[in-house]
Design a protein around this ligand. Structure first.
Ligand code: AMP
Length: 281
């Protein structure tokens, strides 16, 4: 695997590959890689000649400085995992390489970001859209791969690519879960053994909410029950449980043919998110 820290060197390498008409698959990550990330790498390997993974803990998307400071960083292990998947290129720039000057641009997404993650993490999606734009300009991939784990982020990226005419196809990959159902996340590494055990409550709550909705229970009632269920657990807090139209994230009270349940909350200091499509088995 070729590793680049500098934008210019990566661009020169990729320009050569593109001149031979190679297709480029791109998987942007913040590192601390797990099987969910590797599923994106595998999808890219299948569909492209060259797979580029980036590892960059993007400061502009963290609204909480302590979350940024404590974000797991495991570069040596990440490199070994990427090599075992035969990833072709790793781009891991420093913050100074990505942001030589403080960026002044702000990107906003209207109704897509006034709810859920956008509401609870002000500025988060502007930072995500900024770094994704920079990375798409640097790599100019044929296809870029994103996980449904970050469902709202996926919708924002799809909108960004449409609005700014990026010439990349956005591909989405379903959520990769631990055997007990916990959605894989780099932040899971920050949970101690007891917290890891209770963290499953978010997925359990999604399953419970889905079952109740299918039985015709009012969603407002389900939201109240969810709060009670989650907060029975020691050190756990529910931030939101919402039902939304999976195409535009408009909040819903009833299930339609394409709705998704989304949940976020804290286990101790660690913030976790998950979601469940209503029409998926
Ligand atoms: P992150 O490193 O958390 O920024 O994630 C990088 C990419 O991996 C994003 O597109 C995520 O949605 C995706 N991802 C993270 N966790 C999972 C998972 N459990 N299953 C599928 N994709 C994931």
């Amino acid at each position: 695997m070729q590793i680049f820290n500098e934008i210019g060197e990566l661009r020169a390498f990729l320009a050569q590959k593109k001149s031979s008409n190679y297709s480029i698959g791109f998987v942007p990550t913040m590192g601390a890689l797990h099987q969910g990330h590797l599923a994106l790498i595998q999808a890219s390997k299948k569909e492209n000649d060259i797979t580029v993974c980036s590892i960059f803990v993007n400061p502009t998307q963290f609204n909480n400085p302590s979350d940024l400071e404590k974000y797991p960083r495991t570069l040596e292990k990440d490199i070994a995992l990427l090599e075992s998947e035969h990833c072709d290129v790793l781009f891991c720039p420093t913050p100074a390489e990505m942001y030589p000057n403080q960026a002044s641009i702000r990107l906003s997404f209207g109704d897509l970001e006034t709810v859920m993650e956008g509401k609870f993490r002000p500025g988060h999606f502007s930072g995500v859209a900024l770094v994704v734009s920079k990375l798409l300009h640097i790599v100019e991939p044929t296809r870029a791969y994103f996980g449904q784990k970050d469902f709202q982020q996926l919708k924002i990226v799809e909108q960004l690519v449409k609005d700014l005419n990026f010439n990349a196809e956005i591909k989405s990959i379903s959520i990769y879960r631990e055997p007990d159902g916990l959605a894989m996340s780099s932040r899971n590494m920050r949970l101690n053994a007891a917290q890891r055990e209770v963290a499953i409550i978010f997925y359990k709550t999604l399953l419970f909410a889905k079952e109740q909705l299918l039985e015709g229970v009012d969603f407002a009632v389900i939201q109240k029950q969810a709060h009670a269920m989650v907060e029975q657990q020691p050190g756990v807090k529910l931030e939101y449980l919402e039902l939304a139209d999976a195409s535009n994230l408009k909040l819903m009270q009833h299930v339609t043919e394409n709705t998704v349940l989304l949940i976020a909350g804290y286990v101790g200091e660690v913030r976790l998110i998950d979601n469940l499509l209503m029409n998926e088995n």
